[in-house]
Design a protein around this ligand. Structure first.
Ligand code: 5GP
Ligand code: MN
Length: 314
């Protein structure tokens, strides 16, 4: 059932024991929105735990409260008054879905979210980030936006908008960011932290760029984190942003080898709706930024994604 923001706030107020989670392959918005919400709920004297079923990229390890993020154990079974799923639908929260028995409140901004398997969905596809929604919901919750909460929210706003460059950046996004700066955020500090790369990841980036291939008269560009490169890097965050700028390119994609028969695709576009392509392959996302997993060999996955993008652009 889709609900209004005010009703979502009421759900937070009435629950006492709350579990918060966000998507696997966590990004700045998933982690930032979870950490901000958990701090808000703590200020409301809630009994709250936070689970994300994945490794956290190192750049986010400086965020306030990040040590409180737990990974589920296979045998754990938890009950709660509310399970809050942030920045994704139920299919990308890993083992948390089966671990927790509770009514589900899903808060998200992905246009592809169908609300499957949840009790309450607050979906705002106009929000640049789930962090923008958490900022908006905080106005109903009578809590002070501390500097630590603001830093988490700003991180998600900034990373999901390419530091306020992408088409999802609205005046409301900027107003939220301004309020967060008023609460003590230093934009340069967050930017520097998010841009940091280990030497190994940087070398991996160099190797990945060498794999660049153009398709369909240069309208599509792909780069490939094959098995060897994948072994040498911790994170491929930001790789795709470097190729999406090429003149004449509409769709840029990154194919990553995760394991023998599991590949990940990230897509970015200037005009084509890549969320449709992702959805056709079982994934999702936004019009200009989307992704999916393909459970097959690297070579076969490459053919599948190139064909799917070809169909969409022609
Ligand atoms: P990224 O390329 O940065 O991993 O993801 C781009 C956008 O698409 C993000 O908003 C992300 O949440 C979404 N996305 C990426 N992969 C998947 C997927 O496998 N399923 C769904 N539903 N969304 C995805
Ligand atoms: Mn997001």
């Amino acid at each position: 059932m889709q609900i209004e923001l005010r009703e979502a706030a009421a759900k937070l107020k009435s629950a006492q024991k709350i579990i918060v989670t966000a998507h696997i392959n966590p990004d700045g918005d998933a982690i930032g929105s979870s950490l901000a919400l958990v701090q808000i709920l703590k200020l409301m004297h809630k009994d709250v735990r936070i689970f994300i079923d994945d490794v956290l990229p190192p750049n986010f390890m400086i965020l306030p409260f990040v040590d409180n993020i737990e990974r589920p154990n296979d045998n754990d079974r938890l009950t709660a008054d509310l399970l809050i799923i942030l920045d994704t639908q139920t299919d990308r929260i890993g083992r948390v879905f089966n671990m927790v028995e509770a009514p589900i409140l899903n808060i998200d901004h992905h246009v592809t979210n169908t609300g499957a398997n949840v009790d309450y969905l607050y979906l705002d596809p106009n929000a640049a980030a789930t962090c923008e929604i958490i900022f908006n919901i905080s106005k109903y919750l009578d809590v002070e936006l501390t500097m630590n909460i603001a830093r988490c929210l700003y991180t998600g706003l900034a990373t999901d908008t390419g530091f306020f460059n992408y088409a999802n950046t609205k005046s409301s996004t900027m107003r939220a960011a301004a309020a967060l700066i008023d609460a003590g955020v230093k934009p340069n500090e967050i930017a520097e932290q998010m841009e940091r790369k280990s030497l190994a990841d940087f070398k991996g980036l160099v190797e990945t760029l060498k794999t660049m291939q153009l398709f369909y008269d240069g309208k599509v560009v792909g780069i490939f984190v094959n098995e060897e490169i994948a072994k040498s890097v911790d994170s491929t965050e930001g790789f795709i942003d470097l190729i999406r700028v090429i003149d004449g390119v509409d769709v840029a994609f990154l194919l990553t080898c995760k394991s023998e028969n599991l590949c990940r695709v990230s897509m970015r576009s200037k005009t084509v709706d890549v969320s449709k392509i992702a959805r056709s392959l079982g994934g999702g996302g936004h019009i200009r930024a989307a992704g999916c997993s393909i459970k097959t060999s690297f070579e076969e996955a490459k053919q599948i994604i190139v064909d799917a993008i070809g169909e969409a652009i022609n």
